[in-house]
Design a protein around this ligand. Structure first.
Ligand code: GLC
Length: 424
């Protein structure tokens, strides 16, 4: 395949064709897509539209839902120089960990990156090379059952204490009325990257910093952070089921979407699924910024999101890059926003009437998305996953009642010092 693709490039070049013609080479490009919610289907539709337009073929590779498991799979594939996947869907926290395996996309972009949020482009730039194009961005938000809040006389909460109070009261009243499956709050409490995102939000909302600060200093062992994690621990077995300690995104959505939770922390993708025709909670859901940690705290959301990168080991990097540019374009991002509430990374789309009509909170919560708190992946570079896993394990110990928040964050500080000694 490699040989024939090169031959095709060569043939096109000597015939003096322009860029559009060199795209149509009849090769197969494989792309790894996430499968959370409607993601896989959306990816397939987009990639197939590109294939039809260019005369190439696509092969869609589905990957594990957990970003932590996905990273392990990618590391294995890329470390062995595998050619199975040409285009990798990568998390916003991975350019530093995986960047060396990807080509520089700048020569293929025709300046398209200028339309995207600058901070994400900067995040995707490693050693001066554009390692990935932004596909969609994310930030944690609070979903609530507007019908239940109204029926029980509550406003959407602005602090975690208000959230917990409303959750407990509504849960008790609903159970009293015979809805025994009702819970107050579901979130991502499994020991994986999603818990890092949730716990960073709790800490930042209390003004407790970002685990490791922008200068590489370990800041996580501080009173505000301890208070934040201790507060979250009080939710388990009261407003949150113990099972939340093993929930990722889709488990939380499953409980909320079936009508069994008052509040849910999740990413924006859950919106269009909650609003779909067969959803029991269609028309009953509101979305606000995550609560503040007390009156002195702040609203926040962890920055998430996914990019597309081309493997260095691809036999068809030019064609693969063309697919990446197609999928990350304005039109595709618009389609994905309207159909499945994936946040565009192109600022202009937040002013598009059709997009705002489909997902009103893209407008209302614009500041949440543009000033989301970043995980310390850039400063810790290749060590980020070790840092994050030490953090989510420390938080999980406290949520599951094994260790008090203070002791757990003190132990974490020691662990992080050990990781830092290897250099970040
Ligand atoms: C979402 C975010 C991603 C994050 C993951 C954690 O997929 O987009 O950045 O790492 O959730 O579960």
């Amino acid at each position: 395949m490699r040989h024939s693709a090169q031959a095709a490039v060569f043939a096109a070049a000597i015939a003096g064709f322009g860029a559009a013609e060199t795209r149509a080479q009849g090769v197969t490009v494989s792309i790894s897509c996430g499968a959370v919610g409607a993601e896989l289907e959306l990816c397939r539709e987009g990639a197939e539209a590109w294939a039809a337009e260019t005369g190439n073929r696509v092969s869609i590779v589905s990957t594990p839902n957990s970003t932590t498991e996905r990273l392990a799979l990618y590391q294995q594939l890329l470390a062995s120089g595998a050619r199975d996947i040409d285009v990798f869907q990568i998390d916003v926290i991975w350019p530093g960990i995986l960047g060396r395996h990807f080509i520089d996309l700048a020569p293929h972009s025709d300046g398209a990156e200028d339309a995207h949020f600058e901070a994400i482009i900067e995040n995707n730039t490693v050693d001066g090379e554009l390692k990935a194009m932004p596909w969609y961005t994310d930030a944690g938000v609070l979903y609530y059952r507007a019908d239940l809040l109204e029926a029980h006389g509550f406003e959407p909460p602005t602090t975690w204490a208000e959230m917990a109070e409303a959750a407990a009261a509504i849960m008790a009243a609903e159970r009293e009325a015979g809805n025994n499956g009702m819970w107050g709050f579901v979130f991502q409490g499994r020991a994986y990257e999603g818990l890092t995102c949730n716990a960073l939000e709790w800490i930042d909302s209390f003004g407790g910093g970002t685990i490791v600060d922008a200068d590489g200093e370990i800041t996580v062992n501080n009173p505000a952070a301890v208070e934040a994690i201790a507060t979250a621990a009080t939710w388990i077995d009261t407003i949150s089921p113990r099972g939340v300690l093993n929930y990722a995104e889709e488990e939380a959505r499953g409980v909320f979407q079936s009508g069994n939770a008052v509040f849910m922390r999740n990413w924006p993708y859950a919106w269009s699924l909650a609003q779909s025709d067969d959803s029991p909670i269609r028309g009953k859901v509101g979305v606000v910024a995550l609560p503040m940690g007390g009156e002195d705290g702040q609203h926040t959301g962890t920055l998430g999101g996914w990019q597309l990168a081309v493997s260095r080991y691809s036999a068809n990097p030019e064609v693969a890059a063309d697919l990446v540019m197609y999928l990350t374009s304005y039109e595709e991002q618009k389609r994905r926003a309207i159909q499945a509430s994936y946040n565009p990374t192109i600022a202009a789309l937040y002013e598009d009437a059709e997009v705002l009509d489909a997902v009103p909170f893209f407008g209302d919560l614009y500041a949440t998305f543009t000033s989301a708190v970043a995980r310390p992946s850039r400063v810790t570079g290749e060590n980020y996953n070790r840092v994050s896993s030490a953090f989510w394990n420390a938080v999980h110990r406290t949520l599951s009642g094994q260790q008090e928040a203070g002791a757990s964050l003190a132990a974490l500080e020691g662990e992080l010092q050990g990781i830092r000694r290897r250099g970040w």
